[in-house]
Structures are given as C-alpha cells and as structure tokens.
Design a protein around this ligand. Structure first.
Ligand code: PLP
Length: 413
C-alpha cells in the first residue's frame, strides 16, 4: 500500500476521467495530422461548423456589457431572487405543476445532484439510476458515502424498461426509507433518450404505490441539463405538469443548469427546484439546501445569475437568446440525422436517440473499437458497454461517413 495520510473514507479516491483522456488523445492527433483530418467526438459542448466553442451571441453580448460591479460581488447564498424566479419560469414554461415550488442556486447541475444526494439519502444508502448513465453520478455517490445501483434502461423493444425499473425501486425501497432516483431526461446523456409522457405516468403510479407505506420517501432527482436541446420548448416540458398534487412523501427535485442551455459551462451556475404538495417540505427544502451550500461553496457566480435574470426580464433579449439557441439545436439535429441515416444504411445498431448532445453505439469491447477508430483519426468516448459520440461537437461535414467507419471498426475487432 502506498503511504497515505488520508482519512479512512478518503483513501484510494481517484477520479480518472475517460472523457478528458479521450479529448487529450484527439488534441494530440490534431497536432500531429492537422485539425482537418481529426474528428473529435469527445467534447460535451456545442461546437459550431468551424469547430469553435460556441457562445450564444446574446449571452456573450450581455455578459461583455457588465461592469466590474456586476462581476465581482458576493451573491446571496440561496441565489439572486430574480435569478431563482427566472429559472423557475424558464424551467416550467407552460407546464408549471399545481404545487409548492422553490429553488436554491447551485454550482451547476452537479451542485444540485450533490445536495440532493447529501440531504435526501442516508449515509450508506443506495441511489438508483439507469445502466447507461453520466459517470460523475457514481463519483458523487461514492464521495458522499452512498452506493449507486442501476436498472436496465431499455427493454427488448428499445423502450423504457418499466419492468426492470419497478423491480429495482421495490427492491431498494424495501430496505431503506429514503430513495433518491436520478432520472436524466429529456435528452439523456449518453444515449439521447427521453421518457415519454406515458412512461412518466407509469413511473409516477409506481412511486405512489411504493409510498402508501408512509415511512417511505421517494425523491426523484430529474436531471434536466439538456432540456433546452430536447425538442419544442413546451412539448418536451409537458411531463413537468405531472409533478403536481403528488403525495407529500414524493419530492421531485429538478437539477437545472446554465451550462448547456446558456453556453455558460465553466461559469458553474445552476439551480435545484423542489416541487411538493406540502408547504413544510418546501420550506425545509429551502432551508437544508441553502445550509449545505453554505457548507460546500458558500455562494455561487453572481454575474451568471445576473445575466440570466437580465435576459429573462427583457423579452426581446429572451426571444433572441431562444432563437439563437434554436439554431444550435437545429445544427445538432442535422448532425444526428446524418449519423442515424447512415447508421441505418450500414446496419449499425445505435441506442434510441431522441435528442440532445450524444448518440451511443452499443458494442461489446468499447476500448478496442475506440482504439481501432483512431486509425481513421476518430476519437470518441468508450463507456462500459458502448461508445459515446458527441454530436454536439462534430461538424456536419465530418459527421458524413462516420457511421460507416464505426461499422468497419466494429467488424475489425
Ligand atoms: N447532468 C448531465 C447528464 C451532464 O452531462 C452534465 C454536464 O455535462 C450535468 C448534469 C451538469 O453539468 P454542470 O454541472 O456543468 O451544470
């Protein structure tokens, strides 16, 4: 064993990030062979057709106009009130549920996930998510001394596997009183899948049945990091209305982020929104999560919150922002459509993509296939059971022909 002075719970912690590793390999190849010859499908950020990291122009304009006094101040720990109000309105659009609702500012969507795990499960508890999941969920659980368990996301028809989901929920809730379930929808990372409204009806019926035993609490943590790239604004938000009038021992929490929707990735600004039929649950939500913010990062980025509040309050700025983001969404769609069409032509199986930044190709030996793709200067992220392609980051031109190269690489290994 190596020499260590870490506390027992901290020994051996080491987060090797496959995404940043694959991105570094792509950068190295670009330096060697020229950027034009390399396809970097690793990056989880929208790159324009010139392969530049894109910032929504109105966001950039508002941000650059800030005076220093709008950049450096401390913010209230719970978040700027105008920001919280704007985030609530933007998140629900026309589908605000019948419920008590409140919000606490967090350091990105990640911060919302962190607080929910910490404040709504016990040390040692299981947290549940699908077998295809964003890697940091596991790190967040481990660091908080919880364990991440998974259910099989898709059934034989490539639909939401309500059977596998129900079995896991019932198994875990039989053993512990609180169950945090992370559901990344719409436009799931890494598959691009979204639960339909009827999937949600089944999920909520299951939850209602489980919490008839009033000692049990279910906390669905809905990670909506990609909701602004998931389809028509109100259509992809219709499920949110279903969170109204639920039993008080079901507490949906939305993890929202400005990273993708406002192209503010590194500004670390998000919000957690609690939804309950019981006022006391929401008062408690506000209080305990604000407390954890104080204990974790204190307050978050003032200028990003101010930016969002300013854009929201000026309807023409908001319309412009939404229109510009719509153009990014259309480009991502176009790239995904190229890949999906070609995948069908070459019989390449992909997981059910509906929208979002990523498409996943399931394969048995992801590392070897990724390695083989390097022959064609294609860099993607190997997952446990597949390969993730960042359609947000690959230009339409480079996307063309890529599915065929995937099929060839899979055959070769
Ligand atoms: N959830 C998912 C699935 C993500 O992919 C990301 C970012 O990549 C996030 C949440 C949160 O991002 P951030 O903490 O930057 O808001």
């Amino acid at each position: 064993m190596t020499y260590s002075v870490a506390a027992s719970h901290a020994k051996g912690k080491c987060a090797t990030d496959k995404i940043f590793g694959a991105n570094a390999a792509a950068a190295k190849a670009a330096a060697q062979y020229g950027k034009n010859k390399v396809v970097n499908a690793t990056i989880g950020a929208f790159m324009d057709e010139q392969e530049r990291l894109a910032c929504i122009p109105t966001v950039e304009k508002v941000f650059k106009n800030f005076s220093i006094n709008h950049i450096i101040p401390y913010a209230p720990i719970a978040g700027l009130p105008d920001y919280l109000a704007a985030m609530i309105e933007l998140t629900f659009a026309d589908h605000k549920p019948e419920a008590y609702i409140d919000a606490v500012a967090t350091a990105g969507g990640t911060g919302a996930i962190h607080h929910t795990i910490w404040n709504y499960s016990e040390i040692g508890d299981m947290i549940l998510t699908s077998d295809w999941y964003w890697g940091p969920y596991k790190i967040l659980c481990q660091d908080a001394l919880r364990t991440l368990d998974t259910y099989t996301l898709f059934d034989d028809q490539q639909k939401f596997n309500i059977g596998a989901f129900s079995a896991k929920v019932r198994e875990i809730i039989a053993k512990q009183n609180n169950l945090v379930i992370i559901i990344n929808t719409p436009a799931h990372n890494p598959t691009g899948f979204s639960l339909s409204d009827s999937d949600w009806d089944q999920v909520l019926d299951l939850f209602k049945d489980c919490v008839k035993d009033t000692t049990k609490h279910i906390i669905p943590l809905i990670d909506i990091a990609y909701i602004d790239y998931a389809g028509e604004k109100n259509a992809c938000r219709s499920f949110l209305k279903k969170f109204g009038n639920l039993p008080a021992n079901i507490l949906p929490i939305l993890a929202c982020s400005m990273s993708k929707g406002f192209t503010m990735y590194g500004q670390r600004t998000g919000v957690m929104i609690g939804i309950s039929s019981n006022k006391e649950i929401i008062t408690e939500f506000q209080s305990i999560n604000q407390f954890t913010s104080r204990a974790t990062w204190s307050n978050i980025n003032y200028s990003a919150m101010k930016l969002l509040a300013d854009i929201y309050q000026d309807k023409s700025l908001l319309a412009q922002t939404e229109q510009e983001r719509g153009e990014y969404y259309a480009l991502i769609r176009k790239r995904a459509d190229i890949f999906m069409r070609e995948a069908q032509e070459v019989n390449l199986h992909i997981l059910p993509y509906i929208a979002g930044f990523f498409i996943t190709v399931p394969v048995e030996n992801p590392e070897a296939v990724c390695e083989k793709l390097h022959d064609d200067h294609i860099f993607a992220v190997p997952l446990a059971k597949g390969i993730r392609i960042a359609v947000c980051a690959v230009t339409s031109e480079k996307m063309t022909g890529m599915a065929g190269k995937f099929a060839k690489a899979i055959q070769a290994v």
